[in-house]
Write a new protein. Sequence first.
Length: 189
Amino acid sequence: MPQIRSIALIALGSNTPSGAGDPTETVEKAVAAIAQSVGVIRGVSRLYATPAFPVGSGPDFVNAALAVSTGLSAPRVIEILHGIEAQMGRLRHERWAPRTLDLDLIALGDRLLPDAQTHETWRSMPLAQQMTQTPDRLIVPHPRVQERAFVLVPLTDVAPDWVHPALNLSVAQMLAALPDDLKSEVVAL
Ligand SMILES: Nc1nc2c(c(=O)[nH]1)N=C(CO)CN2
């Protein structure tokens, strides 16, 4: 069977030193690891300094995004990303604790996983509830992508025209819809 290749959009974040070095070095090493194990890198964003979300939850992050052409499934990509996080020393005990490396599969082509209803449920959940719940299934696109300048600004570098399959909005349109004060906090390094 011919392999169907899609573009995986991957968000990277680091806000505390890891075995790999400072957050910038950690993100750069993660890009190299992803290139070796996920697929062919089609775009690498600039690196950005961003205040930790939620406000006051730790030191500033370094955030970046990648577009990677891959024939792998979403669960397999996630498995590989978790392996890279573990290898690079992420401490996984506390949900909003500073993290050495955080890798998120934001999107895989136009797949909507597991289904439209799950996306609707997560989008319509009050913020307080979103913050305390972890989905028990893989949700792709990432259910918070449209709210996060620290994801959308780097994504604009690599995939401004990617269209969210549930919202029918491009990356550029989702970013334009965010308040200016959120966008201005995301500063290219
Ligand atoms: N600025 C910023 N804040 C965060 C980030 C991140 O990548 N950047 N990742 C988090 C956990 O996914 C929690 N908070």
